[in-house]
Write a protein that binds this ligand. Structure first.
Ligand SMILES: Cc1cc2nc3c(=O)[nH]c(=O)nc-3n(C[C@H](O)[C@H](O)[C@H](O)COP(=O)(O)O)c2cc1C
Length: 318
């Protein structure tokens, strides 16, 4: 199985984002020394997915020689394209497959057959235990502060709890937006950090210009976590909800809503924009390579701080 950490400049994955991550972001991330990823759902058809995968594998190399990249696959039974998408995974052999909204099981045989790694996206300990038992090589633990669908656990508490029963690849995400936080997560026991919001306003992101600008202009107080839009707790940019006349006072009250994926109604993700608590660190629209350079500098500074901080040994407490 691929040793991912050895291939990376920084232990980070640019997390898959619906309607935001495409081949440009994946390729830029991998060339910058982190893992790039996209959800297969960003392609409307299997043919389009075939074209994206072909572009990415041509740019990043094939098989063992490939720079690291990942696809995010919905393994829930409602995904009617799962078999087609898995066939394309077998064809293009992404080094990492992240499974979401279902068991990692359907992807294991295919991905292991070419030496790839399966990471299951989990948002609580019950999901994490189930995915570990199912045989996932890694767990992407989505913690409080994440953009899009979010978890509720602190990343530190989540890491510690998962480490009690899982010694595979532990990926932690949620509100981690600078290299200092990456170093903190690794020091706490994670192997990789999952970062979505930090790349939302990158030049290579497919988010529309107004969305990117809103991420740049907004801070942590501009977020609202609610299950009222998709049925699952997610972190949204409050100004984008207000712009579409959504009443925040009744957002959490169960009611019939029409946030369609298409058509004339307000479309969640497309019109209603998500972001996580790390958005305060996004102050400009930048190239992925420049974002990763900054992360790497901060990571080095944090590592230095850890090794040079005044030793507590011998300190006496009054
Ligand atoms: C706009 C947006 C769209 C997202 N779409 C998906 C998705 O399609 N599939 C998925 O597994 N996670 C999705 N996520 C979650 C990210 O993969 C990741 O868990 C999260 O961004 C990590 O937290 P951070 O945003 O604080 O860095 C999305 C996040 C955002 C901000």
């Amino acid at each position: 199985m691929t040793d991912l950490r050895g291939l990376l400049r920084l232990p980070v994955m640019a997390a898959p984002m619906f309607l935001v991550s495409g081949p440009e972001l994946v390729i830029a991330a991998a060339r910058s020394g982190i893992i790039g990823a996209f959800p297969t759902q960003n392609c409307r058809t299997a043919d389009e997915l075939d074209a994206w995968l072909s572009t990415i594998s041509a740019a990043l190399g094939d098989g063992d020689q490939s720079l690291p990249w990942a696809v995010n696959l919905v393994t829930h039974r409602t995904n009617v394209r799962l078999a087609d998408d898995l066939a394309l995974v077998a064809k293009y052999r992404p080094p990492v497959v992240v499974t979401a909204l279902g068991s990692p099981k359907p992807a294991l045989e295919t991905v292991h057959s070419y030496g790839g790694v399966v990471i299951a996206d989990v948002a609580d300990l019950t999901m994490a235990r189930k995915a570990a038992v199912a045989g996932a090589d890694g767990l992407a633990c989505i913690s409080a502060g994440a953009g899009g669908h979010t978890g509720a656990l602190s990343p530190f508490a989540f890491t510690a709890a998962v480490r009690e029963f899982f010694d595979g690849l532990l990926v932690i995400g949620g509100g981690i937006s600078d290299g200092y936080g990456v170093a903190g997560a690794i020091a706490a026991g994670a192997d990789l950090v999952y970062m979505g919001t930090s790349f939302l306003a990158s030049e290579e992101s497919r988010a529309v210009a107004d969305y990117k600008q809103m991420v740049v202009d907004s801070g942590i107080d501009d977020l609202i976590v609610s299950a009222g839009i998709t049925g699952t707790p997610a972190s949204w940019l409050r100004p984008s909800l207000l712009a579409h006349g959504i009443d925040l006072d009744t957002l959490d009250v169960p009611q019939e809503r029409d946030y369609r994926a298409g058509g004339d109604a307000v479309r969640r993700w497309k019109d209603l924009w998500a972001a996580g608590q790390g958005l305060g660190a996004v102050t400009d629209i930048r190239r992925v390579a420049d974002i990763v350079d900054t992360l790497a500098e901060q990571y080095q500074q944090a590592a230095h701080r850890l090794t040079t901080s005044r030793s507590l040994e011998g300190t006496t407490h009054a």
